[in-house]
Write a protein that binds this ligand. Structure first.
Ligand code: PGA
Length: 253
């Protein structure tokens, strides 16, 4: 049985004091019983250390939005997994479509980072998803399958079981136009089936597959009630404590 995981991707928003204010509000807003739902927040790098202090002793876990696949060295401006761990991160988003689109990240590069994150005891939230053009050309299944195979290349089953895959159709990110629950469920099912073929059905059944792309309080319950949707990766709506808390509430059984 997979538990729901709701993650907030703050993207390039909130300086340190704004981050602390948002976390303070979120702590108050999460006064209800979370049941088995896990909550992760992924603030910008500059806020991680301060936020970590504030969420100690709460059910909120910390994640980063990216990392590099080396431990240290001459890689100006990059951040290593051990640096993330030293500020309390347990999770890291990898291969977000904005990284692919604006920073040229490829499946091969993302695969290196996924392997390094796992080796460093960080749980990757690995993003995949098609563009509008690809959906209109009816090649969504092919694109998403290639991405999943690429990012998971040479990763053994016992490690795949522990990671999180986020299906985020690019056309739904930040556009206010979410995939319908059925559209999302169809792709989640495809991803699970593919993992079943690449590994085994028991591995496929353990992988958490989040949906991301304009998840809001008013569509969260319908999306999260789909059998293969195990959580959400939330962008815009996680920047307000009350809307993020409403989405989390929608996941609590
Ligand atoms: P959105 O972003 O919720 O603002 O669409 C989701 C994401 O990019 O992870």
């Amino acid at each position: 049985m997979r538990n729901k995981i709701i993650a907030g991707n703050w993207k390039m928003n909130k300086d340190v004091s704004q981050s602390l204010a948002l976390v303070g509000e979120l702590k108050k807003a999460l006064s209800f019983d979370l049941g088995t739902t896990k909550v992760i927040i992924c603030p910008p790098f500059t806020s991680l250390a301060a936020v970590h202090v504030l969420i100690k002793g709460t059910p909120i876990a910390l994640g980063a939005q990216n990392m590099y696949h080396e431990d240290e060295g001459a890689f100006t401006a990059e951040i290593s997994p051990s640096m993330l761990k030293s500020v309390g991160c347990q999770y890291v988003i990898l291969g977000h479509s904005e990284r692919r689109q604006y920073f040229g990240e490829t499946n091969e590069f993302i695969n290196k980072k996924v392997k390094k994150a796992i080796a460093s005891d960080l749980i990757p939230i690995v993003c995949v998803g098609e563009t509008l053009e690809e959906r209109e050309k009816n090649i969504t299944d092919q694109i998403v399958s290639t991405q999943v195979k690429g990012v998971l290349k040479d990763i053994p089953a016992n490690q795949v079981e522990k990671l999180i895959i986020a299906y985020e159709p690019v056309w739904a990110i930040g556009t206010g136009k979410n995939a319908t629950p059925q559209q999302a469920e169809d792709v989640h099912k495809l991803i699970r089936k593919l993992i079943g073929q690449l590994y085994s059905w028991s591995t496929a059944e353990q992988v958490v597959i989040q949906y991301g792309g304009s998840v809001k309080p008013d569509n969260a319950a319908d999306l999260l009630s789909q059998p293969n949707i195990d959580g959400a990766l939330v962008g815009g709506a996680c920047l307000k404590a009350d809307s993020f808390a409403s989405i989390i509430k929608a996941s609590v059984k």
